[in-house]
Design a protein around this ligand. Structure first.
Ligand SMILES: Cc1ncc(COP(=O)(O)O)c(C=O)c1O
Length: 446
């Protein structure tokens, strides 16, 4: 009997299709198949079905271009996954996580003080150092990025911190600094603008500050600030510790920690790493560690000195999410198999596809020209003058019906912008599938 594929869309709708063609084996319940094709019916919603099925099961769609019945090609030996309710994420984090990564995440547990874990940490350490171009030890924290962001304030701000603010996440860092009881001052630029070195220089020249925070890629506005330009200020202000959030840029753009001369570089795992949320990767300069050692109220869980001491033994200060470390190993394997330069170039190309889509549909972008992120696109939808405006909620709904989640804007620019992520594992082919669904949605919005 031919196996039956059930496809659902999470909204109660769906259909059944018989697998055809094939070299098939299997028990009819989704196990032990050879590769086979599943035509996606009914034809009235064939496009949607094919796209949905592709993202629900990881197969390859064809023939897509020739207007024939789309088919999904399922891989050999894969059990049918749960097709219900999985909408592929194109929000700017968390992003889609590959099956390979999930498998690594689900490896059996081990003791975090045992040799198995130490070996794992020691195996990935050189790759993490290569990724961030540093000789410093790279730490893994089982917390989302805010844990390390708050930790950096508690470990490093003795006198006063300058919080460079250009969007929702960088703005919040000022509030976090204050809640940590620190003297903190804002360097605020309008949302959509980048943080420039000249503005920082003016503030630091007052001599009031011993630390600053900056977000490299402000995910809320889709702005990438010029990190090289800002980091160059370190030469003029060596005693000021530069804390850099690269949450939505790490692994997608070159970040050469030692050359930049900055003091902390951190990222969460659910963005361009394409790992599940819940862990962070970060690195500290010797100056940052020296400052941390003098700070009396730096706490324990995010004590940078503890991270260093433990990393020297290939361990973390407390029990880590071992699944994340396994998944990170798997992802680093992918990253280095692809090659860093190829990965950066892929992100530039897939981002350009989204920008081109926006331009083709008459939209402008929210970021100031020249400072657009390459991991996500923040489309202007009325937040700024110029360009087209659509009903974002309707657009999101139609795109979601096609199997993808895009973001409807963040904070005070919710609805007047929308965001599409290309970070992580996305390729030209996968972005093409998303943008085709977005094209269809735009036709209906006209
Ligand atoms: C640039 C940036 N920094 C910090 C954060 C906070 O990360 P988390 O909520 O994972 O702690 C985010 C989350 O989206 C972000 O985009």
């Amino acid at each position: 009997m031919a196996p039956v594929l059930e496809i659902g869309f999470g909204d109660g709708s769906g259909f059944r299709a018989e697998a055809q063609g094939v070299g098939v084996g299997g028990d009819g319940e989704g196990r032990d198949f050879e590769e086979f094709l599943v035509p996606v019916f009914p034809p009235t919603r064939a496009g949607r079905g094919a796209v949905g099925a592709r993202h629900l099961c990881g197969g390859t769609i064809f023939p897509w271009e020739r207007n024939e019945t789309p088919c999904v090609c399922l891989r050999a030996g894969e059990p049918f996954p749960n097709f219900m309710g999985h909408v592929k994420l194109h929000i700017p984090g968390p992003v889609e996580v590959s099956e390979k990564t999930f498998r690594a995440f689900c490896r059996p547990m081990m003791g975090h003080r045992g040799q198995g874990f130490k070996d794992l940490y020691a195996r990935i350490q050189p790759q993490l150092q290569q990724l961030l171009a540093t000789r410093q030890l790279v730490y893994i924290s089982t917390s989302s990025a805010w844990g390390v962001m708050e930790g950096a304030i508690r470990n490093l701000v003795a006198k006063k911190v300058l919080n460079c603010m250009c969007g929702a996440f960088s703005d919040k860092w000022l509030e976090v600094s204050k809640r940590c009881g620190k003297d903190a001052e804002a360097l605020q630029v309008p949302w959509g603008s980048p943080i420039r070195a000249a503005a920082i220089d003016q503030k630091l020249a007052t001599g009031q500050f011993d630390a600053l925070t900056i977000i490299h890629n402000e995910t809320s506005t889709g702005v990438m600030s010029p990190l090289d330009e800002v980091a160059a200020l370190k030469k003029k202000y060596p005693h000021v510790l530069f804390i850099v959030d690269s949450v939505s840029s790490m692994t997608a753009v070159p970040l050469r920690f030692d050359e930049l001369g900055i003091d902390v570089l951190l990222a969460g795992t659910q963005k361009a790493f394409a790992l599940p949320p819940g862990a962070s990767v970060f690195v500290c300069s010797p100056a940052a560690l020296a400052r941390a050692a003098t700070m009396k109220d730096r706490g324990y869980y995010f004590d940078f000195v503890e991270f260093q001491k433990n990393a020297e033994q290939s361990m973390t200060p407390s029990t880590p999410s071992i699944g994340h470390v396994n998944a990170l190993e798997s992802k680093l394997e992918d990253i280095f198999a692809e090659g860093l330069e190829a990965r950066y170039a892929r992100h530039r190309r897939t981002n350009q596809m989204t920008r081109d889509w926006a331009a083709r549909h008459g939209f402008t972008l929210f970021p100031e020209p020249g400072f657009e992120s390459i991991t996500l696109t923040c489309v202007n939808n009325g937040a700024k003058a110029g360009g087209r405006v659509v009903d974002v909620v309707k657009l999101q709904k139609m795109v979601k019906d096609g199997g993808f989640l895009i973001d409807g804007g963040y904070g005070k620019i919710k609805g007047t912008t929308f965001r599409v992520s290309n970070m992580g594992d996305e390729t030209e082919a996968s972005m093409g599938q998303l943008l085709a669904v977005m094209d269809e949605a735009m036709k209906k919005l006209q």
